[in-house]
Design a protein around this ligand. Structure first.
Ligand SMILES: *[C@@H]1O[C@H](CO)[C@@H](O)[C@H](O)[C@H]1NC(C)=O
Ligand SMILES: *[C@@H]1O[C@H](CO)[C@@H](O)[C@H](O)[C@H]1NC(C)=O
Ligand SMILES: *[C@@H]1O[C@H](CO)[C@@H](O)[C@H](O)[C@H]1NC(C)=O
Ligand SMILES: *[C@@H]1O[C@H](CO)[C@@H](O)[C@H](O)[C@H]1NC(C)=O
Length: 313
């Protein structure tokens, strides 16, 4: 049998992606880590900085870099400080990170200010946040640091809060201009895509970061399907600059259901955990959880926020 050269080229072109897809997940330079440190299992913290990982940045809900990543990775794993709730020292703390030589290019602000503290929200009113932003965030923006809008929840009240915040800034004489809008989402892909569409429709010329997302409390196959579909979607959309999946913890302590977690109960990467780093499926099952260790949805945000505050002091 004779093959034309073009048929061979087509055959080669077809065979390469299918082989690659069997071994590793799609690669992406947008991925980062929502870092939920494990004090019980500190070795878990290092799994996120292995060689060849796709993760290029992290945040920990606070202004202080995580001790786990300070010496060995500060140049390859970019830290994004967060102003979790109003503070009068955020500006000076970020300035000292920069003058200390750290490459701070972006910051995030107010974690779920429209949410309650019982679900990990910072529970701030828009007027107070606007006043604090004008004193602590505007000066950083003038220095060239890119700033994220307040990271509201994915609930309809998030839009109301954010609109009130921008209006409160203008009323106080300053337009609080954001360089990007963080999005949080827990639910299915249809809901996620429609939510992003609404954010883009409301603020058309701003990039988006999806800084917390997962399909919570679903079956493993639904959770993996959601994970794959959303990663492909975020990679394809030009206006999505970065994303960080909510699940850098063991399945047994997951507050979004065991199947969303990136680690099983032995601290090994699940399929999703490995795919998120750009690797191959591990076959490690998330496993069950003990009822006692289950936290309320969003509890990690609060926990991590409080922890970072403790680390600063
Ligand atoms: C600082 O970080 C930004 C964003 O990750 C990167 O583009 C830039 O090259 C970094 N600069 C230095 C000096 O490392
Ligand atoms: C704020 O934005 C509005 C609308 O774009 C503009 O008219 C106004 O001049 C801005 N105010 C300041 C203080 O920059
Ligand atoms: C968005 O950007 C485009 C192109 O720069 C501009 O024409 C349009 O007016 C902007 N829209 C808003 C709402 O600022
Ligand atoms: C998700 O992607 C991985 C890697 O490409 C693939 O092996 C797996 O079958 C996909 N799972 C689903 C449910 O789409």
């Amino acid at each position: 049998m004779r093959f034309s050269a073009s048929a061979l080229l087509i055959a080669a072109a077809l065979s390469v992606p299918s082989t690659a897809a069997e071994t590793t997940f799609r690669r992406s330079d947008k991925r980062g880590l929502v870092f939920v440190p494990s004090s019980e299992h500190p070795t878990d913290n290092q799994i996120w900085v292995q060689a060849n990982s796709d993760l290029s940045w992290y945040y920990n809900y606070g202004v202080a870099p995580s001790p786990a990543y300070q010496s060995q990775t500060q140049d390859q794993f970019e830290f994004v400080p967060m102003l979790w709730s109003p503070s009068t020292t955020f500006l000076s703390q970020v300035q000292s990170l920069i003058s200390g030589g750290r490459n701070i290019t972006h910051i995030m602000t107010y974690n779920e200010p429209d949410g309650t503290s019982s679900t990990g929200g910072s529970q701030v009113d828009p007027v107070t946040a606007a006043t604090n932003w004008i004193s602590q965030v505007e000066p950083l923006r003038k220095l060239g640091v890119k700033v994220g809008a307040p990271a509201v929840t994915g609930a309809p009240q998030g839009f109301t809060w954010l609109k009130s915040f921008f209006a409160a800034c203008t009323k106080q004489g300053t337009n609080c201009t954001a360089d990007f809008i963080p999005v949080h989402w827990y639910g299915n892909f249809g809901g996620l895509a429609s939510h992003i569409g609404e954010v883009v429709g409301t603020w058309p010329n701003t990039s988006i970061w999806i800084t917390e997302y997962a399909l919570n409390d679903a079956s493993l196959s639904e959770t993996q399907d959601f994970f794959n579909t959303s990663a492909e979607y975020f990679d394809r959309l030009d206006y999505v600059d970065r994303y960080s999946y909510f699940g850098s913890f063991r399945s047994g302590v997951s507050n979004v259901g065991p199947n969303a977690a990136m680690l099983n109960n032995k601290g090994q990467l699940t399929d999703i955990g490995s795919w998120y780093l750009g690797g191959a499926a591990t076959g490690n099952q998330p496993g069950g959880k003990s009822a006692a260790s289950r936290l309320v949805l969003g509890g990690w945000s609060l926990f991590a926020g409080v922890l970072s505050l403790v680390l600063i002091l």
